[in-house]
Design a protein around this ligand. Structure first.
Ligand code: GLA
Ligand code: ZN
Length: 678
């Protein structure tokens, strides 16, 4: 088949089985917007198995046939994210139990127990039937496992599984007691069965326990996922498997309930659901775009490969505080913004608006008017055409010389930590603030996990930025040391390297390996009230320091910047240390964007000669590159509210418009305009 980017979305014909005329319209409209890929059956369990053991696949057969008839592809879902009423009624064990030990009722979605043998058995049966029935169907292209896995269950089965997981991890209860520092408040356990999952009616202060519970929830979710795919791997070994991950706004972070780093290992293709709040009243469009970019870079970096936007909205959602439709041109721009960072698919939730229940006002390709004449439909058709015109970018890669470490476990741990600025340590905000400097400078960045640092090493990066990397297990410290020793450049900050994987503070309060690489010792951390400020003198300028200021003792490091005030005035606030063939920098305090911009421009972008696109663009016009088959593609995106001009170093062709743009000449990019140049 000819190379094509995926365009389409969540298609729920199971809501319209009594309306064959609507289903016929769907097939017609799909072709009109050049949609080619559909996630089908996501919540269709009740339509596929209306009574236990009674299967009704005929409707799905015809949906699959109809999509195949025009060359469309189906990402066939396992329906486990919501279940039929008969299942909960007959087997109450399948519903969840809350942290307060309340048994949940049937309803909503994602409220099943991942441990329940009955739920697993019923899942196996339906998944096997789907695989057997559609294994040779020409439309079957990929599996969509469940939907946005999330949540936790505290039932007896889950608690027993947690106990077994702990026993497997620690071997003896004594080792667990050491890891949890359980002598504190007489929390010593005598045996594994006494260890209860965290709950606000019980234990929430043993941080090692809370971390372990979150790790267990990730483990058990992945275990359930692995169970789901057994029949699929067996019957359709050549069909790739994905499951849709979630990203958050306005603080850009992957859904915090699960750690996606280990999850990524067991899926074939990374997919995520992107719902940026475009056109809000608290940030400019460029900022919203930067948050989207961060998440795109995070999800791409999980596998260092092109990924799927499995859900996005062509207009608005229904669950933001204010649900604004995309303004004209934003749908195309926001789609290009995902392609630019490595997406090979732009898909929607949802294909068609439902008439009832909670998502009836969520944006869709087909609105309640069932018409091809409205603005959203036309915007979608425009994106469909664009995707066909630019299909040669499919499979191309995003080269990055800089990596930023984002750690879900540090996020969890800092969330529990009492200390510093207690209410919010601003971990994701800080990682994003550092990221944004590179994005503003059009320098490509990978956003990577500590797992990846340890498993693959960091040698392909010229610089690794690790803001607030609070949790520093030995193996991570060793990976960072090896990287710097071999010539890499590391930048880290206050509140880094403080605890081990059980959230136990390192002896001396700072990982010894970091001390060695950085040539400093952190002696204390001063947290400031919201209006208090210190200052940093760096280069010839003075910058604000806020929130957290680490006080340092210098061993070998060179001092690049000093504090301006308070009892540590004149002491080191920014340091550099040569270590092996590389270098390590420490930024001791939180600063504003101006300091980060000056620091990174001098010490990283210029000093390390980071490759930047040759196209000159004004602020707010972002440029990203993908490369494939020896071709470099430049994605030029105007996130400002005005037309902008860019200047090209050579003649280039815009794949979107088909126009050739001449070297040197000023090329106009309208408000929200986008180009893909080669
Ligand atoms: C999630 C879900 C979808 C739908 C959308 C609405 O991403 O996966 O089923 O609820 O949100 O935005
Ligand atoms: Zn359970």
């Amino acid at each position: 088949m000819q190379k094509r980017l995926h365009h389409g979305g969540d298609y729920n014909p199971d809501q319209w089985l009594k309306h064959p005329e609507i289903l016929a319209d769907d097939i017609k409209f799909m072709q009109q917007v050049k949609a080619n890929t559909f996630s089908v059956g996501i919540f269709a369990w009740a339509a596929l198995e209306p009574q236990e053991g009674e299967f009704t696949f005929e409707w799905l057969d015809s949906v699959m046939d109809n999509i195949a008839s025009f060359g469309g592809q189906v990402i066939l879902a396992t329906p486990t994210a919501a279940r039929p009423a008969w299942l909960s009624q007959k087997y109450p064990e399948v519903t969840r139990t809350s942290p307060r030990r309340e048994k949940m009722l049937h309803g909503a979605r994602h409220n099943h127990c991942f441990t329940s043998p009955v739920y697993r058995e019923k899942t196996s049966i339906i998944n096997r039937k789907l695989a057997e029935r559609y294994k040779n169907h020409p439309a079957l292209f990929m599996w969509h496992i469940s939907n946005e896995y999330n949540g936790e269950c505290h039932c007896d089965l889950c608690r027993a599984a947690f106990s077994a997981w702990l026993e497997q991890k620690y071997g003896t209860i004594d080792t667990l007691n050491d890891a949890y520092w359980s002598a504190f408040w007489s929390h010593t356990y005598n045996d594994f069965s006494q260890v209860e999952p965290p709950s606000d009616i019980g234990e929430i202060f043993v941080h090692g326990l809370t971390l372990d519970w979150r790790r267990f929830v990730t483990h058990q979710t992945i275990d359930f996922y692995k169970h789901e795919i057994v029949p699929l791997r067996e019957i359709t070994p050549n069909i790739p498997i994905t499951t849709n991950f979630m990203g958050d706004f306005p603080q850009p972070m992957p859904f915090a309930g699960l750690n996606y780093a280990p999850f990524a290992q067991v899926v074939d293709v990374i997919s995520w659901d992107a719902y940026p709040p475009w056109h809000n009243d608290y940030e400019c469009t460029e900022e919203t775009a930067a948050r989207l970019a961060f998440l795109n870079d995070y999800f791409r970096s999980l596998k260092n490969a092109p990924f799927f936007i499995l859900e996005s909205t062509p207009s608005m959602v229904n669950w933001h505080s204010v649900n604004r439709p995309k303004r004209p041109e934003m749908h195309l721009l926001s789609s290009v913004a995902c392609l630019a960072h490595g997406a090979d698919a732009i898909m929607y939730f949802q294909w068609r608006k439902s008439r009832g229940s909670s998502e009836k006002f969520h944006g869709a390709v087909i609105d309640h008017d069932n018409s091809a004449q409205n603005r959203v439909f036309k915007d979608v058709a425009q994106v469909g055409e664009m995707l066909e015109r630019v299909s040669e970018i499919k499979g191309s890669h995003n080269p990055a010389e800089i990596a930023i470490i984002y750690d879900t476990e540090t996020m969890w741990a800092l969330g529990e930590t009492q200390g510093f600025i207690r209410a919010d340590k601003k971990y994701p905000q800080t990682v994003f603030a550092h990221y944004k400097i590179f994005r503003d400078g059009n320098a490509p960045v990978d956003v990577i996990s500590p797992d990846k640092c340890c498993a693959e090493g960091l040698s392909r990066y010229k610089a690794v930025i690790a803001p607030m990397l609070y949790m520093m297990p030995d193996k991570l410290a060793n990976a960072l040391a090896l990287y710097v020793e071999n010539g890499g450049t590391l930048v880290t900050t206050y509140i880094s390297g403080m605890v081990n994987e059980s959230d136990l503070v390192h002896h001396s309060g700072f990982h010894p390996k970091l001390r060695e690489i950085l040539g400093i010792q952190v002696t204390e951390t001063d947290s400031l009230y919201p209006t208090q400020r210190n200052g940093i003198l760096y280069g010839n300028a003075s910058y604000k320091a806020l929130d957290n200021c680490a006080v340092l003792e210098i061993a070998d490091a060179e001092i690049l910047g000093t504090y301006e005030q308070d009892f540590y005035a004149g002491s080191a606030a920014v340091t550099h240390n040569a270590y092996g063939k590389g270098a390590a920098y420490f930024i001791a305090a939180r600063t504003e964007e101006d300091f980060l911009a000056a620091f990174y421009e001098k010490e990283i972008l210029n000093h390390l000669n980071i490759a930047l696109p040759q196209i000159k663009s004004p602020r707010g016009v972002s440029i990203q590159t993908r490369t494939g088959n020896g071709v470099t593609y430049y994605f030029v995106m105007n996130f400002t509210d005005e037309a902008q001009t860019i200047q090209l170093p050579t003649d280039m062709c815009d794949l979107i418009s088909g126009r050739t743009l001449a070297k040197g000449q000023q090329s106009l990019l309208p408000k929200y305009g986008a180009m893909i140049l080669k």
